[in-house]
Every structure is written in C-alpha cells, then in structure tokens.
Design a protein around this ligand. Structure first.
Ligand SMILES: Cc1cc2nc3c(=O)[nH]c(=O)nc-3n(C[C@H](O)[C@H](O)[C@H](O)COP(=O)(O)O)c2cc1C
Length: 388
C-alpha cells in the first residue's frame, strides 16, 4: 500500500472520467509523470453481460500501472462478478478497484447507483463488503493484493459526509477520494474542502481530495489546508496535463500550445486505439476549449452568423463546432485539424495579409478534412474502428 501511494509532496491522482481516462489518455498522462490513474467508470452490469463497448474499457498495456479500475453498480453479487472480470483483465497492472459513489448523472439516478447510494448506507456497506470479498478471494489464489477504494461526493452537511465515510471505513475500504461538491452541483461551482479536512480528522483511512485542482501550487495548498494524502484532478488535466505535473519545468508553458498537446495525444491513439473515435473528438474539445470555445453565449442563429463572419475570430467558432462532427474519425483528420489551427494562429499573429488561399494545397481546409478518406490511416486504428 505504502509503495503504491508514495505520499511525498502529495501526488496528483488522475480522476476516473467517462470518455476521458481511457488507455491512450492514461499513457499520455503517464508521460507527464502522473502515477496513479483511474479507468473510466465501468458499469458492473454491462461488464458482467459482456457488453462489447464496455469490454473495450478493459484495454491495458505494458506500463499502464499503477492503475485503479472504477466500477459502478448497486448489486453486491454483480459487483463481485465484475470485480473478478476486471482483476483478470487488468492483471498485474491493477492495484485497486474503486467503487463509484459519486456519479450524479441521470443514468445513476435511474439505476440508483453512484451518488444516489448516499441515501442507502446499508446497501453501500454490502457493495463494499462484496468487493472486499472479491479482493480477498483473489489474494488467496495469487497472493497479490488488490485494494478497495471509494470515490464519494459530499453530503449536505459535514456530519452527513462523515457518517457515510464511517460506513465505508467499517465495510473495509482502504482509501476514500472525496469530490467536495454536492451531487446537485455536478462538476460546477466551488468545492467545499472543509468536508475533506473533517474526513482526515475523523476517518482512519487515506483521504484524497478532489474538486477544482488546476495547478500544482493549488494542489499543494489544498493538501496543506486539508491534511489529505493527495489531490485528484479531472478537467484541468483534460485541458493541459503539463500544468499539473509535479516535476514540471518552465519550458512546459512554452510547449503548451493546444495543437502540440493534441498531436501528442493522437500519437498515443495510434499506438493504443481508443474504444471509439468519439473519444478523440471529446479530447480535442477539452484540449482546444480555452482557445476556441466562444466566450459569450451565442443563443440565436443571428448570433452564430455574426460570430462566424467575424473576420478575426470567425474561424475559431467554426473549428470549435467542427470538432463534434461525426465524420471526424481518422487520425489523419485529427492531425489536419492541428495543422489548420496552427496555420490560423500564425496568420492571426502575423497580423499580415498572409494569403490563406495561397497555401491551399498544403494547408488543410474544413472541406478537405471532412472528405479525407480513412484508407490512409494507421492500420491498427482502422481495424479497431471496424470492430465498432
Ligand atoms: C468528462 C468527465 C467524465 C467523468 N467521469 C467520471 C467517472 O467515470 N467516474 C467518476 O467517479 N467521476 C467522473 N467524473 C468526475 C471527475 O472524476 C471529478 O470528480 C470531477 O470532474 C471534479 O474534478 P475537477 O474539478 O478536477 O474536474 C467525470 C468528470 C468529467 C469532466
């Protein structure tokens, strides 16, 4: 446990993220020195049924460790069976299984799992016990310990959060990550770190604090404030992992152009195909968000038309919209997006009459990206897409 959680300097955990923490993204983060990474939420019912799309979340590779697999669900038997599958699939890379007790989405409300288990402490207790049993059974067989973690949200009051954490501790979990926002707040608004501090004071388990950690300095300050073992971050790492690396250098900032980040992620996709091209589109939207997302609400068609026709920034809005198009599904198309972005930035910075049409043969256009054929793509990713 101690070697896995090496607590010096308060490490930053990379949070579980649906369509966010899949294998190529994990490998891209590991390149920046992040050590403890979570899989996206894996639905226990789906995995036990052998659902094809869910099974793709079990992809791993040499070096994808330490790894925490996150499971969701509310039925102890199903969770036990899912834990066995996950332990088997991730093999020696797996260090822990985390039970998702924080998902606020509609699917969790419908299935009464995630953050909706907060109202059912007895059921939560049974679920954790069942995961601990799966871990113990595995230990008896292989002599390798898979830890059991829980990721929770805060309750309405500190005492509600504490009460829930006590149930989790009693059931045998070995670490709690607390997302310091209420279920109703989803991922928005300021977190209340007082809940994390209370857990550190009263619960005899390592506590990891999560919510709005977007720089190394902030991570350090929140560790100081709460006494937590570590911090966990999600959206800031999706946008730019370079700004959260503990051993980063000043050079990182200079390197932080979104297209260089996007190309780096794409290179990992070529090596480790994501479950679906949708993942790449999602990651591109996160990476380019700061630069491309319109800063104002464009509510009417008229607003859009005006924004797109804006001489200076129109291309940004067009590109931002373009990134969600379903025909974007090959690595070459995504690389072209990076080239197109760099070209526009350069043209804007030159502030000259750089003739955008003069380079038509070498600079990709929206149309050329759209119509680009899949044939030229990396074979590995092509065959992965064929399975979809
Ligand atoms: C795209 C996305 C997907 C997420 N998926 C999961 C998930 O699968 N499991 C989970 O426990 N939390 C999930 N979360 C919540 C994050 O793990 C994290 O708790 C939340 O974003 C707050 O951290 P942040 O303020 O650093 O973004 C997700 C968040 C985002 C933005």
């Amino acid at each position: 446990m101690e070697t896995f959680l090496e607590a010096k300097n308060g490490p930053i955990f990379v949070a579980p993220m649906v369509r966010g923490s899949e294998l190529p993204f994990r490998m891209y983060c590991r390149r920046y020195g992040f050590k403890i990474l979570y899989s996206p939420m894996i639905k226990s019912e789906q995995i036990v049924k052998g659902d094809k799309q869910e099974m793709k979340l079990l992809e791993t590779c040499e070096g994808d460790t330490p790894l925490v697999a996150q499971l969701s669900g509310r039925d102890p038997h199903t969770l036990y069976a899912a834990a066995k599958i996950v332990i088997n699939a991730f093999g020696k890379n797996l260090n822990a299984i985390d039970l998702n007790l924080g998902c606020p989405q509609k699917c969790a409300e419908k299935g009464k799992y995630g953050a909706f288990l907060l109202e059912e402490p007895d059921q939560t207790f049974k679920c954790i016990k069942s995961l601990c049993k799966a871990s113990n059974d595995h230990y008896k067989q292989c002599n390798k310990r898979v830890l059991i973690f829980c990721k929770i949200r805060i309750g309405q009051t500190i005492s509600e959060t504490l009460k829930y954490a006590q149930v989790i501790e009693k059931a045998g979990a070995q670490l709690i990550a607390v997302h310091c926002r209420l279920r109703q707040s989803k991922n928005d608004g300021l977190p209340d770190y007082k809940h994390a501090k209370a857990l550190v004071d009263k619960i005899n388990l390592p506590i990891v604090v999560n919510g709005n950690i977007n720089s190394v300095n902030q991570a350090k300050s929140v560790i100081k404030q709460t006494g937590c073992l570590a911090t966990m971050s999600a959206t800031a790492i999706l946008r730019n992992p370079r700004l959260l690396r503990l051993n980063g250098s000043k050079d990182d900032e200079g390197l932080s152009s979104p297209s260089s980040l996007a190309l780096e992620y794409i290179n990992f996709c070529a090596q480790y195909p994501p479950p679906d091209p949708l993942y790449i589109r999602k990651h591109f939207r996160w990476i380019f968000r700061n630069e491309l997302e319109p800063k104002v609400n464009l509510l009417t068609d008229e607003d859009w038309k005006n924004a797109i026709n804006d001489e200076k920034n129109g291309w940004k809005i067009k590109l931002w919209n373009f990134l969600v198009r379903p025909y974007l599904n090959s690595l070459d198309q995504f690389k072209d997006i990076c080239t197109l972005y760099d070209f526009h930035i350069k043209a804007d910075n030159c502030n000259s009459n750089m003739d955008k049409n003069a380079n038509i043969n070498i600079i990709p256009t929206f149309k050329s990206i759209k119509t680009k054929k899949l044939e030229n793509n990396n074979k590995k990713i092509q065959s992965a897409y064929k399975k979809i």
